[in-house]
Design a protein around this ligand. Structure first.
Ligand code: PEP
Ligand code: MN
Length: 338
């Protein structure tokens, strides 16, 4: 339930509502706007006690929260959230580009990539240390050695780093080295991981599961917010469909929809979303056109030698070209009357 306070509600009136929400067995979540304050009652409690607050002093209306994801919904927080990763804000006016290799392979590979993507305009560095691979025989990542390489590249370039966490056991260690923790697509509904990350003091990049609906994706984010971590960035990375020409089917409508339903920043991953170098430029532009707050793109000094995801990784020159192309104007629209 949401208690919309009236324009002139006093602090004492707001405090009273917060207290009554607690007494009714719910958790209160307060959002202060420039004009009005919203107090959401989240969890399960005695609903009729909240409904009765419609006549309490300073209350305008009491309405149900329409969506199952409560704290993630725009109804509870109507203005867009900005998530700061180091000094980089995601969700503001500018589109933020995260770039780097799928996997960290060596100090030289990562540092050269970091320097190149920074020069082309990327703001954050990515690189996998613990890799979720479909086959147990594929390269599994360098683990803690990769974390050290990431930290070093971050120090040398000033770029904050994003890396994936696959297990609850690794959260504390990875948090010592990374600025943002990625929940990979395969772990989107690993609820033990989500619950623990809700208490981590790091922003989370939450990828959409390959078979997850938008509602399930936003409910996964709800685990993080309701557990105490408000710093969540959503990432569309493609879903499974009957199509086989692309690795996944990137769902750009879901980027627009997630921004419609939620106040959280939403970015797109054209690399995993297509699996094809040749499609990254076009899909990146399309993602920005539908409102994406950022992009995450795989870049490797020599994609043919990459230990993971070479076919979708760009070399430095191709990445530079994608970055330049992002600001090209869209094609003009023919005017049938002219
Ligand atoms: C990755 O970012 O390299 C990765 C494995 O992503 P996803 O979880 O989207 O497959
Ligand atoms: Mn990858």
């Amino acid at each position: 339930m949401i208690v919309n306070m009236s324009d002139g509600a006093t602090e004492a009136e707001i405090d009273h509502i917060i207290e009554r929400i607690r007494e009714a067995g719910y958790q209160p979540h307060v959002t202060r706007g420039t004009q009005r304050t919203i107090v959401a009652a989240v969890g399960s409690g005695r609903r009729h006690e909240i409904e009765a607050l419609a006549v309490a002093p300073g209350v305008d209306t009491v309405v149900p929260i329409a969506q199952p994801f409560k704290l993630v919904s725009k109804q509870v927080k109507p203005h867009r959230s900005i998530v700061n990763v180091g000094k980089v804000p995601i969700g503001g006016d500018k589109v933020v580009v995260i770039a780097g290799p799928c996997s960290v392979e060596s100090p030289q590979q990562l540092l050269s990539t970091a320097q190149a993507v920074k020069k082309s305009g990327a703001s954050l560095l990515r690189g996998g240390a613990y890799k979720p691979r479909t086959s147990p025989y594929d390269f599994q990542g360098l683990g803690v050695e990769a974390l050290k390489i990431l930290k070093d590249a971050s120090k040398q370039t000033g770029m904050p780093v994003v890396t994936e966490v696959m297990s609850t056991e690794d959260i504390d260690l990875i948090s010592e080295y990374a600025d943002m923790l990625q929940v990979g697509a395969r772990n989107m509904q690993n609820f033990a991981l989500l619950r623990k990350l809700a208490t981590a003091k790091k922003p989370i990049l939450l990828k959409r599961g390959p078979s997850a609906t938008v509602k399930e994706w936003l409910l996964a984010a709800e685990y993080l917010l309701s557990g105490g971590n408000p710093d969540v960035v959503l990432c569309e990375r493609g879903i499974k469909t009957f199509e086989t020409e692309t690795r996944n089917t990137i769902d750009l409508a879901a980027v627009a929809l997630a921004r419609d339903l939620s106040h959280l920043p939403v970015i797109a991953d054209p690399s995993h979303g297509t699996g094809k170098q040749s499609l990254i430029a076009a899909v990146s532009r399309a993602a920005v056109a539908v409102g994406a707050d950022g992009l995450i793109i795989e870049v490797h000094p020599c994609p043919e030698r990459a230990l993971s995801d070479g076919p979708q990784s760009l070399d430095f020159a191709a990445f530079e070209k994608v970055m330049r192309g992002l600001s090209d104007p869209l094609r003009g629209i023919a005017n049938g009357n002219a």
